[in-house]
Design a protein around this ligand. Sequence first.
Ligand code: COA
Length: 174
Amino acid sequence: MTITFTLDPVVGPSLCEGILELWVDVSNAGGAVGFVPPVTHDDVRPSLDEHLVGVADGSRRLLVGHDGAGAVAATAFLVRNAHRLHRHWLWACTVMVHPRHQGRGLGRDLMAATEAAARSIEGIDAIRLGCRGGFGLERFYASCGYKEVGRVPGAVRIAPGDDRDDITMLLPLL
Ligand SMILES: CC(C)(COP(=O)(O)OP(=O)(O)OC[C@H]1O[C@@H](n2cnc3c(N)ncnc32)[C@H](O)[C@@H]1OP(=O)(O)O)[C@@H](O)C(=O)NCCC(=O)NCCS
């Protein structure tokens, strides 16, 4: 299936609902995007609203992928830093591909589109992201050119007795 990526789409109710649906489905399939399953739409909505406030005030950029049927299939948010000493790099957050599309190269396409978006922003020298240990995600990001540059042992508590490392990945753009 062909996926069409759009940077800075017009954010209306149907796009918001589509992203919410994606985020809930990815989380309930065990994806590492800020939640531990099971989650409901009401659990996830405040986190989406936070992203959308940032999109509205220009501090975050939204990259969205739509499938051929017009459904939201993938997202990444590019988050600028407010701190004056960190403004030369940004965070990639909420990187996700719908479970029905995973494993077919779309994740790599999403990261290529994320990189292109970051390169189009003046003064951005690197993309940084954080991921949970134990999901193999560092191997996925490494396949997209990112390098592991930090790891905080046990910083992510999935459940009592199940702590995972918080891994920092970096893609220099210079
Ligand atoms: C992580 C994710 C974005 C990858 O998307 P995808 O479409 O499944 O990935 P691709 O098909 O493009 O895979 C690209 C490569 O990464 C590998 N890969 C993908 N997910 C992987 C994982 N979890 N662990 C190890 N390797 C992985 C693939 O095997 C492939 O390698 P290959 O080319 O050598 O075969 C997707 O699985 C997802 O949305 N997961 C749930 C949300 C999530 O955890 N996001 C990460 C937030 S930090």
